[in-house]
Write a protein that binds this ligand. Sequence first.
Ligand code: HEM
Length: 482
Amino acid sequence: LVLLLVALGLRSRRPRSFPPGPWALPLVGNMLSLDFNNLHNDMTKLAEQYGNVYSLKMGPVWTVVLNGFSTLQEGLSKGDHMSDRPAFPIHTDVLPDLGIVFANGYSWKQQRQFALSTLKYFGVGKKSHESSILEEFRYMSKEIASHKGKPFNLHFLMKNAVSNIICSLIFGHRFDYKDEKFLQLITLLDKGVQIEGSIWAQLYNAFPVLMRRLPGPHHTLQKGYRDIMDFMKTEINKHREDWNPSDPRDFIDCFLTEIQKHQDKRDDEPDACFDEGNLVKCSFDLFGAGTETTSITLRWGVLYMAKYTEIQEKVQEEIDSVIGQSREPSMEDRPNMPYTDAVIHEIQRIGNVAPLNLPHMTNRDVQIGGYTIPKGVIVMPNLTSVLFDKNEWETPNTFNPGHFLNKEGKFVQRAAFIPFSVGKRVCLGENLARIELFLLFTSFLQRFTFSMPPGVEAVFKPRVSIFLSPQPYQICATLREE
Ligand code: HEM
């Protein structure tokens, strides 16, 4: 037993030249000393003690945490040595294909490029696509107005509406807000994201052999992911029935054409992974990534407006003077609306939707901050450490649109504003998300005034998963014409 303990103790020692960090216990590493409901703050605090590059052990797995703007820039933007993703057993056990978000190497480059060019082909960033976002707002507005200023929870309405924007691009159609099957799907995604950020997922990734046999919410997550994949398969099969390669309607049609091209060439490029399994996974990735983050950001936005009514009024004044009430917003309005733009940026900064980014992994030995990180080590670029850095922001813990305005009231871009991350893995949907946020947020406040129900205080303590989202809340939305 003594020998075993000594061996385990030796195994949990840091490799030479590895970044420092708290002492790791044999087997569990640092997992017991971390609060998984507050991981982003724990990780930011540890940087004060161990510096901007430090290491932790998650069970038997070494993880390096990067903190601060210049360290993240150095790690993610200079070259691609930290642009791989780790393979997590909780995913690979149920999602065998690569997709985009967790793909690496040649396949990732091909799929990322293909997804970006397909989104562009279907008008993302162009006027034609703006109108489909505004059309979704019209559906949403009807639904919000039906509550006649009485308290309601817009959690699933926001998710459904935002999801419809990416679904129209993937599947070529939207889903009705009363569509039970679709509601089930976004509920599964909601639950999945919640469990992903919990200790259960961390335990599964650290001890997969054991966790596969133990009951727990990790199985609910995996069942949910399987169900979402089945939904994608059904949509793909429906597409096959009336697919016309010369008239693609959406991402799935374009991918089917690509599969055929690769088959015709007798696939001299198998590593690009244009096959049906990967179509399912890529659709899954775009659906998941395009639904959660943007809808959470908008829910933060509505909550902040209900709390800071004077800021809401200033945004509405700007909307009234630049757009008025007789036409819908357009992206061309953004340069003329510095205050609204600053408010949206501040919502994203303080909302801190992806607090620890997505995990990265080194694909060769890397030198950073005077340390050596070997190939194959997990890297967590801590976005919280940048978005709340007191050296970057005048009042990091206060909702202050002034962070993005100069003395003359003009909008100023800030380098440390990186909610979409930086470098080769930067959010693929950044352009789409920025358009959605501007058009939907502006449309909300053009049409409605938001307030908390009488006697209810806004709560800003987030619900923690891999994302930080508002706790479910009730809101009143009054039509502005009234
Ligand atoms: C990746 C944030 C909206 C698709 C990411 C990452 C972040 C992020 C932090 C990880 C970057 C990294 O690993 O360094 C956000 C935020 C959004 C948003 C804050 C909205 C406010 C969207 C939308 C889409 C999308 C609308 C839909 C197309 C993706 C994809 C990836 C990604 C596919 C993986 C990229 C890759 O691994 O190459 N996003 N995102 N995101 N995002 Fe977003």
